[in-house]
Design a protein around this ligand. Sequence first.
Ligand code: MOS
Length: 716
Amino acid sequence: MTTTTGIPAATGALGTARTRVEGRDKVTGAARYTGDIPLPELAHGWLVLSTVARGRVRSVESEAVLAMPGVLAVLHHQNAPRINLDYVGMIGRPDPIIGVFQQDRVPFRGWPVALVVAERPEQAREAAEQLVVHYDQEPHDVTFYAGHPGAYTPEDSPFGRAEETKGDVEAELAASAFVVDAEYTTPEEHHNPMEPHAATAHWDGGRLEVLDSNQGSTWVATELAQIFSLDPGSVRVRSEHVGGGFGSKTVRPTQVAAAMAATVLQRPVRVVMTRRQMFSAIGYRSPTAQRVRLGADASGKLRALDHRSECLTSTVHEFIERSASVGRVLYDAPAHHTSDRVVRLDVPTPTFMRGPGEAPGSFALECALDELAEKSGIDPIELRVRNEPDRGPISGLPFSSRNLVACMEEGSRRFGWADRDPRPGLRREGRWLLGTGMAAASFHSGVGPSTAAVTAEANGTFTVRINAADIGTGARTAIALVAADALGVDPERVRVVMADSDLGPAMFAGGSMGTRSWAWAVSMAVAELRERLALGGNIPPEGITARSDTSEAIGALAQKERHSFGAQFAEVAVDVTSGEVRVRRMLGIFAAGRIVNPLTARNQLVGGMIWGISMALHEEAIRDRASGGHVGPDLAGYHFAANADVPLVEADWVDDPDPDDPVGIKGVGEVGIVGAAAAIANAVWHATGVRHRHLPIRPDRVLSAGTNVPEHRPGA
Ligand code: MOS
């Protein structure tokens, strides 16, 4: 029997490789994404974004475009319905960008200033491009750099503390045998999922119905009810198939603008963003400037760890990229200081992007560890093993489980680390210098309250109902496996109904918390259902349904440091004549809790690692100081790793069930990107003897830095 604590007896389904249950629908086109769903009387809204980076909208000349074919309305700050932004939402106060058309102030280039609605999307687009908006422009500042005088220490928030200090960093550094003091930067990066942000809103019998592309319909429905001052039961949000989110698909201007226009026109309205609009209106990862100082004794044991990071946010909302937090989990030292500071600029508000905090933070910290390994002459893995904490370095809490050493050992064995000569610049193959590098990874394992219902149907099948979101991860399949395992039946007999706010509240697909949160609720409902089925008797035509709510169980969870861990390994080849860096192979070994579906879990981890390649070598959004906007805000101008850049990437895991989770899950969504860029940067150093501390490691940077290799090169 399944219980709500401890790991249920495996019945075979959990941990077996299953292709996505909706995979056939997706590849045949039967699966419909929000922008594809037909509705009678559907009108199309096109967002108009500001072309100045700071100022006020003086006038919107809507008359001319209202005369254009098919145009139904132009909404802007002077005529749009008033809405409510004075609430605390799922992650605090809302970003004012979702309060579209409420005032004339323009806080950055790409701020929504109008919505043109027409019968057809082409008509809406044509009219939106013709719409003349006059601005009173003001001088703007969009330039981020280390030590910006406007940087400040933000308030602590539920997402983390801005600063943590213990011990005397300066004294410990002064007493250290080896010291590293280095500055690292990461650029502005964008998630830009394949499916653009899209929402369709209409009123149906007094209810606001929204077909959306989001990471959590509970979140979106709850906030839309607040925004439009509606009873929560008067909003329904569905999000059946989602083509990627990565942190960007929360409440955005799409849903609010669509609902506003549907209210004004009293007919269904769809708003889909363009790729270029997504570069300013959905959030992104802030650039970072980070300084890491490490001090170690002669044995490599850390005496001081000091990680200071700066990031940016907009003038209208504070979002902190918590890069310094990763060191609060990975390494302890008698003197330990970590802080995140932020500067407000005339730019869009950044947001959560895969591995928020840990992804850029691990680049700096794990490169600094590699520099310490070089200085101390201690192998990078051995150095990390010697600095394994037995408790949370800052919290003092025990780890639920911490199998980082096992990841490094297994990775070392499979990657062939033992054969590595630590000296840089020794391996050469024609014009290519070869090197290998590694890095550690961690990402917090969280869980959010969820409700679920599981029905034993009269025909012998089971239906799971939960407001989960499958943003492309295979969540639907994972939920079916969890339910089948707990029920002791073949997964073919389980149907999953999800992504509908009418199913009741559930965790969103974010923070690597989705599968763990939903699995908890599903296994709890199944336990209840099994008890009722054990009473015997026939199943009535409407079936037998058991419901669960994990709020109480999650509230009672023991306070521990809960994280997924990993060890990343990379081999690179650097062409010293062109500056090109090629990743030749990558291996990631993770300790990420119980793996529900090896096929889709591997997708997640490999996807994260490929993003690490992209982060290390390609991704960088360039802001133009003069206009305040991007240079090349599209997927031609914004480079990212494509097929030809991606070599053999392997991800695997060690046994690591979370002892306090009913299913043993931790989460695999984000840990794959953590440390990946550092492993590559460390490999570039090993190849060339030159440290690259600024991402991306572009050919021009490699060329101008040159190499620092010994004259003697065996086999040259
Ligand atoms: Mo994730 S960045 O929490 O979707």
